[in-house]
Design a protein around this ligand. Structure first.
Ligand code: NAI
Ligand code: ISE
Length: 336
């Protein structure tokens, strides 16, 4: 069975997801796209067999032949489209963040619960990355004892001009926020954000160090640098009671020449997480075909946004901010 998809927002990741949905994965066709940049959506639609450009996200969601929706527009626009997809009773894959605030995420959670069907999957693709899965397997196995600390680095070579200091938290750090909830199977209890000396090449509060206190007391530090220049570099190391486990750097060829050893650094997230996006969207398609749901849910999107709101508050006040979550509805209790 092939799922007919409508996609909203044909920018970088939108185009990359169209390529994988139509050329890499099984069981999907992209039949409609839209973008606030109408020329861009027209030119993207022209490159995809059987696809047309529509005038708005709402038109895409309402189109009779669109069975499922992919939202890859800017974060602040996600809420409107996810709510409309739920209203239309259509499954929706929404790129992270589910929405940029916890209040907006709660409106999505409430609408989904009221509709009685789990329709939303959030694009937290690191859960599908082979290197992160290998780290989690070691942690879950107990091989390094109880986890005490995790050190993470999230470095972008550069970010577009519209990227704000808040987005370092709610667009970039949101990945680690979700990742550690998944890695340790527990919630984040409190956050702090530290601002070291600023990168003179950046117009933002950049870098920042985010501290996440897990409910168990384990502590996670995340360095976020969004104008590091040299490449896209994602790191992680868990320190346990009796050992450590570090994220492998994937896909690198080690070169030795002219007295130097070197290996490649990914240019961006498309290269580093290419396979993770493939697995993530294939599992989504497979679940749709089976009439089930899978993957990070609206609840995960909400819990991550609650922690990112707390980080933003901590960034503003310079203090420690606790994270409090609403009670999790039974609706979201199924194992992921
Ligand atoms: P982008 O700026 O390259 O593309 C966004 C597109 O959405 C643009 O073409 C823009 O014109 C369009 N757009 C904006 N508002 C719209 C609206 N109301 N209706 C229709 N189209 C609209 O941005 P990018 O990097 O592709 O990011 C898009 C989303 O994907 C963001 O939420 C971002 O956080 C997420 N993302 C996720 C990644 C991941 O690793 N999972 C990687 C990169 C982006
Ligand atoms: C971007 O939107 C992504 O989601 C990438 O995965 C992330 O590493 C980057 O920092 C974000 O800007």
């Amino acid at each position: 069975m092939s799922v007919r998809i409508g996609l909203i927002g044909v920018g970088m990741i939108g185009q990359d997801h169209i390529r994988r949905l139509t050329q890499v994965l099984f069981g999907a066709s992209v039949v409609a796209v839209t973008d606030v940049d109408a020329d861009r959506s027209k030119s993207v639609a022209e490159g995809v067999r059987g696809c047309r450009a529509l005038g708005s996200g709402q038109e895409v969601i309402r189109a009779d032949d669109v069975e499922a929706v992919v939202v890859t527009s800017w974060g602040e626009t996600h809420e409107e489209y996810v709510l409309a997809a739920i209203e239309a009773g259509k499954p929706v894959f929404c790129e992270k963040p589910l929405a940029t605030t916890q209040d907006a995420c709660l409106r999505i959670v409430d609408a989904e619960v009221a509709g009685g069907r789990q329709l939303v999957q959030v694009g937290f693709m690191r859960r599908y990355d082979a290197a992160y899965r290998a780290v989690k397997a070691v942690v879950d196995d107990g091989a390094i004892g109880a986890p005490l600390l995790m050190h993470c680095a999230h470095r972008n070579p550069s970010v577009p001009p519209q990227f704000t200091s808040d987005m370092i938290i709610n667009d970039a750090a949101i990945h680690e926020i979700d990742l550690v909830r998944w890695m340790f199977g527990e919630e984040i209890a409190a956050t702090q954000v530290l601002k070291p000396r600023r990168n003179s090449k950046s117009a933002l509060d950049d870098p920042v160090v985010v501290l996440l206190e897990m409910a168990s007391g384990a502590l996670v530090d995340v360095e976020l640098s969004v104008n590091i220049g040299y490449g896209y570099d994602i790191r992680g190391e868990v320190v346990g009671e009796s050992g450590t486990v570090a994220l492998a750097e994937t896909g690198d060829a080690r070169v030795k020449r002219e007295g130097l050893r070197s290996h490649r650094v990914a240019v961006d997230w498309r290269e580093r997480f290419s396979r993770a996006y493939d697995v993530e969207l294939q599992e989504w398609l497979d679940a749709l075909s089976a009439g089930t749901s899978t993957g990070p849910s609206s609840w995960d999107g909400y819990a991550a946004a609650a922690a990112s709101d707390a980080c933003l508050e901590a960034l503003r006040t310079g203090g420690r901010t606790t994270v409090s979550l609403r009670e999790r509805p039974d609706f979201y209790m199924k194992a992921q």
